[in-house]
Design a protein around this ligand. Sequence first.
Ligand code: MG
Length: 372
Amino acid sequence: MKLCILGSTGSIGTQALESAENLGIKIGALAAGSRVKLLEEQCRRFKPDRAYIGEKHYGELKTALADTAIKVVTGEDTLNSFGAETDCDTVLNALTGIRGLRPTVACLKADKTLALANKETLVAGGSVVMPLAKKGILPVDSEHSAIFQCLQGQPRPKSLILTASGGPFFGKSKEFLETVTPADALKHPNWSMGNKVTIDSATMMNKGLELIEAMHLFGVSEDKIKVIIHRESIIHSMVVYDDNAVIAQLGVPDMRLCIQYALTYPNRAPSLAKELDFDTLGGLSFYPPDGEAFPLLPLARFAARQGGTTPAAMNGANEAAVGLFLKGKLSFTGISDTVIKATVEHKAIQNPTIEQIEEADKEAREKVLAAI
Ligand code: MG
């Protein structure tokens, strides 16, 4: 295998490189947006043929790698086709947000094996992406990796159960949530992740996005996917079969196991994740989600039922709102207020083109920016 990683300096990207090194997988291409120093280090260590960096930092990386044979490239169009045009057979898309959509489409058209950590791609563009995924998509998100593992060798499931940690504000009231800061929201109890997904976990939007992601990946309707809060993040998700047998995948919360399974599938190999220690595990707890304090999960169900461009609008609004929150320009509850408004007001276009999806995304972002 020769691997290309889009988003190599992010949380998933860096953990993927650790896993690839552990597995002895050759790295063919790396792409990052702005972390030049880290990308340079990665390039020196993993010796890819090509490296992509965001336009602002192109000169810096090109100079830094001048003594190597690595070809440095830049430009938004270049990023879109970067994975598709390498000689790598497998591409891990670990970009954040809707900008992962065009690279995903290009990789699938080029018949690459796609490991997908970029959930926004499927939320916004699932109807465009899935028909292109003739070989299927290898899920990297822990919940979807868990479901994928539980589905091996089994008939079609009756329903899916997505587990959610509940994030740092589990059990808190709407009044409390009005006062939380970005620093509070960035303290996730179990998982080490990037800023965007950590804030999405705190608002429960992450589980809403994952619900729509699961619909596309596994061909299951919204009403057949249950969400349950599971505080310990030990059960990563479950599948229910016709006979009511429930199959769960358990493990310590370590993304490297999920990333690795996408890379070794259908095989397994020793990983960097520790084995679960049942002697010290103690109890596992489960609670229904609180849709009143965390209204973005019910909103995702609404968007899923509306279909068409509505999930793209919701996702775009959320990306914009999370960006504003992290900059201190929007309160925590302001995220859900603005995202709900932009989603409910959106007029869905069914069976959209990729351009219509991007337009819905853009319009929703503008609506959020205009609201503050
Ligand atoms: Mg997840």
